[in-house]
Ligand binder design. Sequence first.
Ligand code: SF4
Ligand code: SF4
Length: 367
Amino acid sequence: MPSKVYFANFRETAERNMFDKIDLLLDQLPLSSAFQKGDLVAVKVHFGERGNTAFIPSYYVRRVVDKIKEFGGKPFVTDANTLYVGTRSNSVDHLETAAIHGFTRDTLGCPVLIADGLRGGSYVEVEVDGRHFKKVKLAHDLVKADSIICVTHFKGHELAGFGGSIKNLGMGGGARGGKLAMHSDVAPIIKAEKCIACGKCAANCPSDAITIDKFAAIDPKKCIGCGSCIVVCPTHACRNGWDSGAQKMQEKMVEHLAGFVKHKKDRIAYLNFIMNVSPACDCYGHADHAIVPDIGICASLDPVAIDAASNALVMAAPGHRDSELKKALEPGSDKFRDIYPGTDWNVQLDHAEKMGLGSKKYELVAI
Ligand code: SF4
Ligand code: SF4
């Protein structure tokens, strides 16, 4: 049976603005079916790397927060630290970036937490039955929350083709070690020519895997893949091997989502905001012109169906000429394959469906 995906476009009237439409979507779902009264409800967002402007505005997230409270939940807005060095790689920088981008306790009406601790070392291992993993490392507070509302900015992504709900929770909800495992099969690598032998990586390595001589060296047998050394390195000499190809990375991302789905059972709901559809991830410090006009908001209890529907809506839209799109300007053309011709976005949907996380078949219910 196809999964229901509720959809509201961005047209507004005097009687029904976008806030009313978000309320309607959440009532249709209904949002209350994803949690119980008194639950600690994690609202998983992406605050956007500093300089990026495509992320979902906090005033829309506030509406979701208010609705959770109305139904008796106790919401907090959250994301996990990044693997790469940037403005969100530890909780202090991350919360500062979130505040600059308008996500504070005052604007949201609830606490803002970083789900994997001060330096990304706080995680829970969850068992999964995947092709690549039998256990995945997930951000502690997302696992310990009673339920999750995954609020996603739908856009392009260089390794996944598009980034939707599957990526927001699967990749974004992974702890640093999980993110490293999704991107690479091996320990981080050291670029000797950039290393100044400062020793910061060794000092922050929890498993004594790094020795410093003329430059740092990592013992792969001791490395547990936590990613701490990458984040503390001042010269970017220590970096991810990025050896997982696009297909493998997508499958691994899905298997991390499976950890959440398995752990939370029916206590996750998904919203995709198909607006400011930038060609690449919100992790970059810039966004670039949207590739299609703003389309609308999808809501579903099925992460596969909502991403399949959102992608189809982007495909059906006309492409913006003054954008990263090369040829896919006509309605019906595959926008994400045009930008990333070597990346098959269908891998994530197929693998998620095979793992029983949802269905590619959906019924789009317009409100
Ligand atoms: S990834 Fe973690 S365990 Fe491995 S070398 Fe770096 S700091 Fe040490
Ligand atoms: S933190 Fe970076 S520069 Fe410092 S020793 Fe380690 S790899 Fe070299």
